[in-house]
Design a protein around this ligand. Structure first.
Ligand SMILES: [Zn+2]
Length: 224
C-alpha cells in the first residue's frame, strides 16, 4: 500500500511544480506517453487513482493547498486499506468455510447422506457441519468479526477454538453424547479405533453420517 500512496503523493507534487522546470517537463512527457496508451509511470499512477475513486484528480492535475493534499492522501490511504481488508477477509472466509468440506470431500464420491432417509433435521445439521457453516464459534465468531484465534468454545472451559474437530471429537461438555456416537460407530466399523484424529473426523463427516447427525442433533438442546 505504501508505494501506491507514495505514487499519489509524487503525482500531486508534480502537479504543483511550474511548467518550465525540467522534472515537470519529463513528467509531462511521461504523461503524454500514457495518454497515447504506452506503458509509463503515469499509466500506473492513473490506475492507483482509479482504485481510490480519484480519477478526477489525475485528469485535472489540480493545484492544491497543503491541507487539501493531506486530505487527499488520507482518503486514498483509507480507501486502499479498506480494499485490502475486504480482499483479505474474503480470502479468509472462503478458506475457513471450505476447510471442512475440502477435508472430507475426497472421502466420499457420492454424497450418500443427501439421499438416505435420516430425517430433515439431521440431514440439514449434518450438511451444515460438513460444509463448515454449522453455528460453531469458528463460524459465528467470523460473523461478528472476531479474529480466528479468539473464537473459543463457549460450551467448555478449555480455551480452545470451537471448530468441527473440537466439537465432534474433543469438547468435554458433550462427552456423554459422544460416547453413544463412538460406541455405535465402532460397532459398525471396528477399524475406527485405529484412526488418528484427522481420519476420525473424515470418517464422521462422511461414512459415519448416520451416527454423526444423531450426535449433532442430540447436542443441540444443551448448546448455549
Ligand atoms: Zn468445548
Amino acid at each position: 500500500m505504501r508505494p501506491q500512496i507514495e505514487m499519489i503523493r509524487l503525482y500531486i507534487r508534480m502537479c504543483q511544480i511550474p511548467e518550465n522546470r525540467i522534472n515537470k517537463k519529463v513528467f509531462l512527457w511521461d504523461r503524454n506517453l500514457a495518454l497515447a496508451g504506452h506503458r509509463s509511470w503515469n499509466k500506473d499512477v492513473k490506475s492507483v487513482f482509479e482504485k481510490c475513486d480519484m480519477l478526477r484528480i489525475y485528469e485535472n492535475m489540480p493545484i492544491m493547498s497543503k491541507e487539501k493534499i493531506k486530505e487527499v492522501i488520507s482518503t486514498a490511504k483509507a480507501k486502499l486499506m479498506a480494499d485490502y481488508q475486504e480482499k483479505w477477509e474474503k480470502s479468509v472466509t472462503e478458506k475457513t468455510k471450505l476447510r471442512t468440506y475440502m477435508l472430507v470431500k475426497p472421502n466420499m464420491g457420492v454424497e450418500e447422506y443427501v439421499t438416505k432417509p435420516i430425517g430433515h433435521k439431521k440431514r440439514s445439521a449434518f450438511a451444515c457441519m460438513r460444509m463448515g457453516v454449522y453455528p460453531l464459534r469458528i463460524e459465528t465468531g467470523r460473523w461478528r468479526g472476531k479474529p480466528l484465534s479468539e473464537r473459543y468454545c463457549e460450551q467448555c472451559n478449555e480455551r480452545t477454538i470451537e471448530c468441527e474437530h473440537h466439537f465432534l471429537l474433543k469438547c468435554s461438555k458433550f462427552n456423554n453424547q459422544r460416547d453413544v456416537m463412538i460406541n455405535k460407530v465402532i460397532e459398525n466399523f471396528p477399524g475406527f479405533t485405529l484412526y488418528d484424529d484427522l481420519e476420525k473426523l473424515c470418517y464422521l463427516l462422511s461414512d459415519g453420517y448416520i451416527e454423526t447427525s444423531k450426535f449433532i442433533v442430540s447436542c443441540e438442546e444443551y448448546r448455549i
